[in-house]
Design a protein around this ligand. Sequence first.
Ligand code: IPE
Ligand code: IPE
Ligand code: MG
Length: 232
Amino acid sequence: MKQELKTLPNHIGFIIDGNGRWAKKRGLPRSAGHKAGSETLSLILKECFYTYNIPIVSIYAFSSENWKRPKQEIDYLMSLFEKYTSDDFIKEFPDVKLNIMGDESKFSSKLASQCQKTASITKNNYKYILNLGINYSGQEELVNAFNSIIKKGIKSVDRETIKSHLYTSGQPELDFVVRTSGEQRLSNFMLWQIAYAELYFPKTYWPSFNKKQLREALLVFQSRNRRFGEVK
Ligand code: IPE
Ligand code: IPE
Ligand code: MG
């Protein structure tokens, strides 16, 4: 009998890793891995929002360290992001709020204006949120938060002050983070928000991650005993 899913995360994160290795294994260029990875992203987002009704999904799509990659690969990834954040997003996810996490100053003017437009059109969608990390760095997010706090002349901060200056202001922290491809590190992903998240590292490369594996991941989450420092 199929095991029942009763405890789901409110906020799930994915470090979508392994596109390049997926392509290499098939004798394909890395761009083919990224293309396949973007299709997986749509599939998994739909599952999270519409099958499991998980309200918040955070995706690490491009880190601020990923600029070190060859220009050709970066250009291809940027063209995928341009497509992903265009009107296509609104057609695919009409009730999802798009919240870009990352430094938009390095985006092409097309990507920047499109992200702003789609974010603004979807800003009143309250049911589902996609936090999309492009040129994202968890450490930089904290540096920016502290600088905005200083600029406002605030002399003393508590956790709430810091939380309210992050890209995820007003949102609950991560409950569960899945990093595909078998790497067991965070690579600078949502360092503040991950404080009490359960972590899971399936070996599958992101383009091969599917509905069945998402369900398995959610069962792993359900099986974890979250104590938050208490005796339970
Ligand atoms: C994840 O796949 C996508 C990005 C980081 C943009 P990778 O491109 O890192 O794939 P691998 O790790 O080289 O296999
Ligand atoms: C982390 O993947 C960033 C994203 C998934 C966007 P990387 O492939 O860049 O991470 P490292 O270099 O293996 O740590
Ligand atoms: Mg990688």
